[in-house]
Design a protein around this ligand. Structure first.
Ligand SMILES: Nc1nc2c(ncn2[C@@H]2O[C@H](COP(=O)(O)OP(=O)(O)OP(=O)(O)O)[C@@H](O)[C@H]2O)c(=O)[nH]1
Ligand SMILES: [Mg+2]
Length: 321
């Protein structure tokens, strides 16, 4: 990259400067990485003012349709909306789940919206790092709602949960048995479930699912915690979007009390720092000098010739020189 993004233009809300800045943070070249770090530190004071919202759900649930409708609704309220995608499949040889389907034709034509597809490669930690930095860049450029879309497949949800303020899971109205399909871990991540496609013949099914999930949630979580809500909507018919925004606004109101939002974001930063340390250790263990020794120790533990404790001590001793 010959010329770096202009920080002034970025902060003035110039979309081209924003796109350029994101390309910089997505770059894997070491010198770009250094410049990206500088840029992030420069803009840090003007970040943090957005509502960071994660939106997840299995393929076909209506994420793109919902984000387009909800994004347009928020823009109608005077908001500026950035849409980012985290696609866990892209590290594995280019196969992308979100891919081209992230296109939102109406929303992408509106000047108050900024849509950025998923970074195309890298390990999960790398994608998460870039998405975190991209959120900050969008905030510096004046976007006050950042929607982070991910497909409901395990690790990416956890990653996104760790970088947003509010995590929304989209579901479809389903009959009996499939209701049980909600994964245990998920209920701990979500702040709301929205049952999409509550239109036509599906309305009563959606309402049934809604009360089922709501009563499941009501049994969870303590008094001082946010109780997840369950709502219905139709992204296609653009109905009940205002209920969803009212709920999210209520959440942010609550989070602004007693410094909850600040505290949560600090916890997220701390957890992320620890993740980065672990990722770096992993990386070094796979690196040239250590890889053979590490693999040897793995074999020793696997075959029962060495205790895990002894092997771990040796690894740490080697790592620390
Ligand atoms: N009836 C109805 N159909 C919907 C609604 N929302 C989305 N759909 C349809 O469901 C299909 C999938 O919608 P998408 O928005 O592409 O779903 P997605 O979750 O983004 O899917 P992936 O990108 O494949 O993960 C499309 O045919 C939509 O038109 C809705 O509220 N009601
Ligand atoms: Mg989609």
């Amino acid at each position: 990259m010959a010329e770096g993004p202009s920080v002034d233009a970025l902060m003035a809300g110039d979309r081209r400067a924003l796109a350029k800045a994101i390309t910089l943070v997505e770059s894997k070249r070491p010198d770009d990485r250094n410049r990206a770090n500088d840029l992030i530190e420069q803009i840090l004071p003007v970040t943090g003012a957005s509502c960071r919202i994660g939106i997840s759900g299995v393929p076909g649930v209506g994420k793109s349709t919902f984000i387009e409708a909800f994004g347009l609704y928020l823009i109608g309220l005077g908001r500026r909306v950035a849409v980012l995608a985290v696609d866990p499949s892209s590290p594995v040889g280019g196969g992308s789940i979100l891919g081209d389907k992230t296109r939102m034709p109406e929303l992408s034509r509106v000047p108050q919206a900024f849509i950025r597809p998923s970074p195309s490669s890298g390990i999960m930690g790398g994608i998460a790092q870039r998405t975190r930095e991209t959120i900050l860049l969008c905030e510096a450029a004046g976007y006050d709602v950042v929607l982070v879309e991910t497909v409901g497949v395990g690790q990416s949800e956890v990653e996104v949960h760790g970088m947003v303020d509010f995590f929304l899971l989209l579901m479809v109205p389903n009959a009996g048995d499939e209701l049980q399909g909600i994964k245990r871990g998920i209920t701990e991540l979500v702040d709301a479930i929205v049952i999409n496609k509550a239109d036509g013949d599906s309305i009563s099914l959606a309402n049934q699912a809604r009360s089922y999930y709501q009563s499941a949630f009501d049994m969870l979580r303590g008094a001082d915690e946010w109780k997840p809500r369950v709502l219905t909507c139709s992204a296609l018919e653009k109905t009940r979007l205002e209920d969803i925004w009212a709920m999210i606004s209520e959440y942010f109101g609550w989070m602004h009390e007693d410094n909850r939002l600040i505290d949560m974001r600090r916890q997220q930063s701390l957890a992320w720092m620890k993740r980065l340390v672990n990722l770096e250790i992993e990386r070094r263990l796979q690196g040239n000098e250590l890889a053979d020794h590490y693999r040897h120790l793995e074999d020793e533990v696997r075959s029962g010739n060495m205790t895990p404790l002894r092997a771990a001590e040796q690894v740490v001793a080697k790592l620390l020189g």
